[in-house]
Ligand binder design. Structure first.
Ligand code: ZN
Length: 627
């Protein structure tokens, strides 16, 4: 998913035949799943569920097609699945083509992992069918009232399965090492439309019964569903937008370069494996920038800026079609394999589509964000390879797997030269296509390929340090932006009152969003209120429609207790649920008594509209006494 290269201050044509896909790699430990995929593999799901907006529950059946991997294990009599807060009504088993009811047992609930569901199976069991319903508090689902949507007429539901929330709406082997294909029938009120991370059919009649097929095998965290007053508009031959009507035109315009992004990525990294690439615009409460659900990325509306300034997020989610969705981290300890590669690819796509100058600015913002974020992290979170046993994997989504992972790959590119590195990436995506791998396997692959072919160019010890050390090398492949050097000079003049407001207006007239962000994000800790007044008076920053600039401005305003910006601050916190944009604002408010009071008052009102993941993060900041 995308977290965020811009935050400086906080701390899917071709139907692929299902080949080679179920040739399993040896199962590696996954501390975040109860499942036993070394004994049984779930290969396919047939989902038939109803969406009940009144009770805020999904209910129905899921059939799991299972394959026995070993006969010898003492565990070969029990299929263990992951669940969280599911009510399981009934389990049937298909043995020798005959369905029979079977007993089952739910284990003890674990605060992070949920509850294991154990189902006894026979040597000839082919499928199990589970009748269940979700809890209204399912951590992977957000139910929105009509007034929380853009259109205000219809309710909205969306799922967010990464990292381990799929188990809160489907009983399954919830590990990134297990890939499944799926078919689904989703039953909804006939006023809304369902879409999934599968083959969506925009022309399907709005009749309350929607069917889907996902023929390519995907890990559980990529199973996704959304239901709302959704409409479709094509952008290119393989790309389009699903959105509520108030967003549809603006989003289609904003993201019109998506088809081009898809084409340039294919030319370097190999063919796109997922048929179509569509974008779903979610309501603003979505906790992330985007989620790379295959064939249908889920995207926050907060990046519709009307000037394409924030579209690197689309490049990021699209890049996941190779890094993450096609080649997947074996466990959440290896998250950098998904996010570091994707961040690297994002920069490459942005360079190809928007040019070197923007590429340099975005890289510098990413570097600054990483360095700032590293200061607030525990040493154990500073290496690419993590040890998340006992921790919620949602906590691993900071800048280290993203920006530090990308820096490592830029370091490899520097050692080898771009043509060799591009060829390596192309081969890597081909080799691990529809597979999961660990960081240790990645190292062996690098050793066997680059290490053997280019021993004089690649320093394998350095590669190992990048993976496992908490320290960064002293000679990082950092980028400088000339445009930003000019901004630094202007900022100094502004702070020292060496230029008039009129001169500042002239200088800033050609600034891009990135230049504004660099200008605001690097202000000194102490500014005079007169500086803030000037910025607001001449540039109307409290009213900016760009949510990233608003974020940077509001952070400055809180830091200096600049009250004219506080009514925008309140409306910002009440309407946006994207964690990256609002967490730093709450953190800053909590730093002084009046701010703390304001944070608590706003949070009380805003919390019901936030997603579970955002609530969990903010509860720890705004009301630590309650948790
Ligand atoms: Zn991502």
């Amino acid at each position: 998913m995308l977290r965020l290269w811009l935050s400086l201050l906080s701390g899917i044509s071709t139907f692929l035949p299902v080949l080679a896909v179920h040739a399993y790699a040896p199962v590696l430990a996954d501390a975040h799943s109860f499942a036993n995929p070394s004994v049984f593999r779930v290969q396919h799901l047939d989902i038939d569920i109803a969406v009940d907006f009144v009770r805020q529950q999904l209910h129905g059946d899921v059939e799991l097609h299972i394959q026995r991997i070993t006969q010898t294990s003492s565990l070969a009599h029990t299929l263990i699945l992951d669940t969280r807060d599911l009510q399981v009504h009934k389990v049937d088993r298909l043995d020798n083509n005959r369905w029979t009811p079977t007993i089952f047992s739910l284990g003890e609930a674990h605060p992070i992992l949920g509850t294991p569901l154990s189902i006894p199976v026979l040597p000839n069991t082919q499928k199990v069918r589970i009748r269940y319903e979700t809890s209204p508090d399912a951590t992977g689902l957000q139910w929105l009232q009509p007034e929380q949507t853009a259109g205000k007429q219809h309710p909205f539901l969306y799922s967010q399965a990464q990292a381990i929330h799929a188990r809160s709406f489907l009983p399954l082997q919830d590990s990134p090492q297990v890939r499944v294909t799926y078919k689904a029938t989703i039953r909804t009120p006939s006023t809304v439309r369902a879409v999934m991370s599968a083959n969506n059919t925009p022309a399907a009649p709005r009749n309350g019964i929607y069917t889907f097929a996902m023929p390519q095998p995907i890990p559980s965290y990529l199973i996704a569903l959304a239901v709302g007053d959704l409409h479709f508009k094509a952008m290119g031959s393989r790309t389009g937008v699903y959105a509520e009507l108030p967003y549809l035109e603006a989003a289609t315009k904003e993201f019109e370069d998506t088809e081009k992004m898809l084409e340039v990525t294919e030319t370097i990294f190999g063919p796109y494996a997922w048929d179509r690439y569509d974008i779903l615009i979610l309501p603003p409460s979505f906790p992330f920038g985007g989620m790379e659900n295959p064939r249908l990325s889920f995207i926050t509306p907060t990046i519709i800026a009307k000037d394409k300034s924030l579209v690197s997020l689309i490049a990021h989610e699209l890049a996941h079609s190779w890094s993450g969705n096609l080649v997947t981290n074996a466990s959440w300890n290896d998250l950098w394999l998904n996010e570091g590669f994707t961040t690297y690819l994002t920069y490459r796509i942005m360079e190809l589509v928007y040019g070197k100058e923007r590429w340099a600015m975005e890289r510098v913002l990413g570097q600054q964000s990483l360095m700032s974020n590293r200061k607030s992290l525990a040493p154990s979170a500073l290496s690419l390879v993590l040890k998340l046993d006992g921790h919620d994997p949602d906590d691993a989504f900071n800048e280290v797997p993203y920006e530090q992972g990308a820096l490592f790959l830029f370091d490899l590119e520097r050692q080898l030269g771009r043509p060799i590195f591009d060829n390596f990436l192309h081969q890597y995506f081909k080799h691990y296509r529809f597979k999961s791998l660990s960081s240790a396997e990645f190292f062996v692959y690098v050793q066997d390929t680059l290490g053997k072919k280019y021993p004089a160019k690649i320093d394998l010890q350095r590669v190992k340090k990048w993976l496992y050390s908490h320290q960064l090398p002293s000679d990082l492949p950092l980028v400088r932006s000339e445009a930003f050097t000019r901004i630094d000079a202007t900022r100094n003049q502004f702070i020292n009152q060496a230029i008039s407001s009129e001169q500042l207006i002239t200088i800033t007239a050609s600034w891009t969003v990135h230049e504004w962000l660099h200008f605001l994000n690097n202000m000194p800790a102490q500014l005079n209120l007169s500086h803030l007044k000037t910025l607001d008076q001449y540039f109307h920053l409290s009213e900016t429609t760009n949510n990233e600039i608003a974020h940077s401005w509001l952070l400055l305003a809180i830091r200096h207790q600049f009250s004219p910006a506080f009514s925008r601050l309140k409306s910002y916190l009440l309407t946006i649920g994207r964690r990256k944009l609002i967490k730093p604002l709450y953190q800053e408010l909590m730093g002084y008594p009046e701010g703390k009071k304001m944070a608590q008052e706003i949070y009380l009102e805003a919390r019901p509209g936030y997603h579970y993941i955002t609530q969990r993060t903010l509860d720890a900041i705004v009301r630590p006494a309650h948790k």
